[in-house]
Design a protein around this ligand. Structure first.
Ligand SMILES: [Zn+2]
Length: 297
């Protein structure tokens, strides 16, 4: 490719070069796809549905220092992922976020269920990597599901027609079974939105971003959506934000508050951007926290 750009290279050559580049990106061994793992929380079954995993550069983190990166990102990248979760409890099949819609439907099948059997979809927020699977072939992907969405998230996306076509299309497609709720602050007084599930405010990443607290037979798990994007850095340093946060300061404040809450109450957590198996325990450590993933059976 020495002559690239000199005029000797035909478009055909350029296109085939680009095609090879695209194929090799998709074949990169760093990308793991299509995995599922299932855990028991009380009488509930909680499954992580992996949409893929890769290593990211820390360039878009806000508030890091060179020392911090040297210590926590020694090879210059940190593991990241995109996940949805499925909770089966009390005879209900509940999907939390819908990923890109990339492996989602095959993953549901591998768990012995399907999009048609999903009773409830809970959305943490409406970025594309969380609502990509909501519409499939121009139709609702979950034909019988009731959709739960935080009211402030709905208002954010509907408040400006330029903001997000994809979010507005999902809201329109599900308008007949859309349930808007105001998330509760974490604590014993938090309100249930459906039996065994509380919607918990985790604002900042987006204005209505929420996590979901599940309780079954006295055991709990907090599926916290995008409370973190870079566990390797944000566990020891919850004060680090990311450029995708609509309000980074508010995101930091809620991250600190909710990490304190789950660590003190020993509540396991699961996250949409935590590397597989994406679920585990949080403990206070030094000035920050430490995450220990559950062992995969
Ligand atoms: Zn996300």
């Amino acid at each position: 490719m020495k002559n690239f750009g000199s005029g000797n290279v035909t478009w055909k050559t350029v296109l085939s070069f680009l095609l090879i580049a695209v194929i090799s990106v998709h074949k990169s061994p760093a990308q793991e796809t299509g995995k599922v793992a299932t855990f028991k929380i009380g009488n509930a079954t909680v499954s992580v549905l992996s949409e893929g995993q890769q290593n990211n550069k820390p360039d878009n983190l806000i508030g890091t220092t060179p020392e911090m990166l040297k210590k926590h990102v020694p090879d210059g990248t940190y593991p990241s992922a995109v996940n949805a979760f499925l909770v089966q409890m009390d005879g209900k099949t509940i999907l939390i976020d819908a990923g890109f819609g990339r492996n989602l439907f095959d993953n549901l099948k591998s768990l012995g269920t399907s999009a048609e059997k999903v009773d409830v979809v809970l959305l943490t927020h409406m970025h594309g990597d969380h609502i990509g699977g909501m519409i499939k072939d121009a139709k609702v992907a979950f034909p019988k599901a009731e959709l739960y969405l935080p009211q402030p998230e709905h208002d954010y996306w509907m408040g400006n027609s330029e903001r997000g076509r994809q979010a507005q299309d999902v809201i329109a497609a599900y308008k007949d079974r859309l349930h808007l709720f105001v998330p509760s602050e974490a604590g014993e007084d938090a309100k249930e939105i459906i039996p065994g599930v509380k919607g918990i405010a985790a604002y900042g990443h987006t204005p209505g971003h929420a996590g979901y607290m599940f309780e079954s037979a006295g055991s709990r798990v907090f599926i916290w959506g995008d409370l973190t994007h870079a566990m390797a850095v944000q566990m020891p340093h919850p004060e680090v934000a990311i450029t995708y946060d609509v309000n980074p300061e508010q995101a930091v404040a809620y991250r600190k508050k909710l990490l304190d809450y789950v660590a003190k109450n020993k509540i396991p957590i699961a996250g949409m951007h935590i590397a597989f198996p994406s679920i585990g325990d949080i403990k206070a450590k030094d000035e920050g926290y430490e995450f220990t993933p559950f062992p995969v059976q």
